[in-house]
Ligand binder design. Structure first.
Ligand SMILES: [Zn+2]
Length: 259
């Protein structure tokens, strides 16, 4: 088999009001927003991890604002999730962070002292945005310094679409944050998969073109422009879409095993 193998790793969930996922809906409606990572075992690049989930110390580390608006409802560490696939953190060769919000970068510290911590890909605009946010004390921010300022971390910033291999390409989206890295991966069972991360939260978002709500999501015009770009990419690559926080899809795909 020469294609990469893709696995969806479920890492628990956040509890939040549904209008933060799909703007405009009833504020009393709650949502179990799944947290996940992707494991890509690539024939040439080795074991690649896309995102790392939450911190095990969310209650102490995330602050009052996040703990009241997006409390961690259940937690599976990236270490436990990798173990289910027969891997240790030290077996990972490269980490790609879709962006630096707490539910994506919170597990980075599990990789301290491993080769992966010196090989962390993130969009340059995202790294700048996260640093600016934490050093200026931005309010209602989903960036937490201790999660991405991990000892020994070496970020490898990308500025534009980056082909890691002919079957694995990263692209940068200016939606949700200034630099959400998505990816296009050619899989054995589903063909091309486009991973949106939080630029598109759910299938409902995709089908209804409804932006998310709440203060951590800014810029409806950017959201809509990115959505159009993704629709064009889907046609171009004849791809299946994988969204950032779709509970049904994350559950279904995590049960597929090797994709
Ligand atoms: Zn997220």
């Amino acid at each position: 088999m020469n294609e990469p193998t893709l696995n969806v790793l479920p890492l628990g969930h956040l509890d939040c009001q549904y209008f933060r996922i799909v703007a405009g809906c009833d504020e009393s409606r709650m949502y179990r927003s799944p947290v996940s990572a992707l494991l890509i075992r690539h024939p040439r690049l080795g074991n690649i991890l896309y995102d790392t989930g939450n911190s095990p110390y969310s209650r102490w580390e995330y602050g009052e604002d996040i703990n009241s608006v997006y409390p961690v409802g259940s937690f599976v560490s990236i270490e436990q999730a990798l173990r289910l696939h027969g891997l240790k953190c030290s077996d990972i060769d490269m980490i790609i962070l879709s962006h630096l919000h707490f539910d994506h970068v919170g597990g980075l510290r599990y990789f301290q002292g491993t080769k992966a911590i010196r090989n962390v890909i993130v969009a340059e605009s995202e790294l700048q945005s996260a640093c600016f946010s934490v050093f200026t004390g931005e309010e209602h921010s989903a960036y937490i310094k201790s999660l991405f300022d991990v000892e020994g971390v070496v970020y490898r910033p990308i500025r534009e679409t980056t082909e890691l291999a002919p079957d694995l390409t990263l692209f940068i989206q200016k939606a949700h944050t200034p630099g959400v890295t998505g990816l296009i991966v050619k899989t054995r069972t589903l063909g091309n998969v486009i991973v949106t991360s939080d630029a598109v939260y759910t299938k409902e978002t995709w089908e209804t073109s409804t932006p998310p709500g709440g203060p951590i999501n800014k810029g409806t015009e950017d959201f809509l422009a990115n959505l159009q770009r993704l629709r064009d990419m889907q046609k171009q690559y004849d791809a299946v879409m994988l969204f950032g926080h779709d509970s049904e899809q994350i559950q279904e795909w995590s049960l597929k095993g090797d994709i």
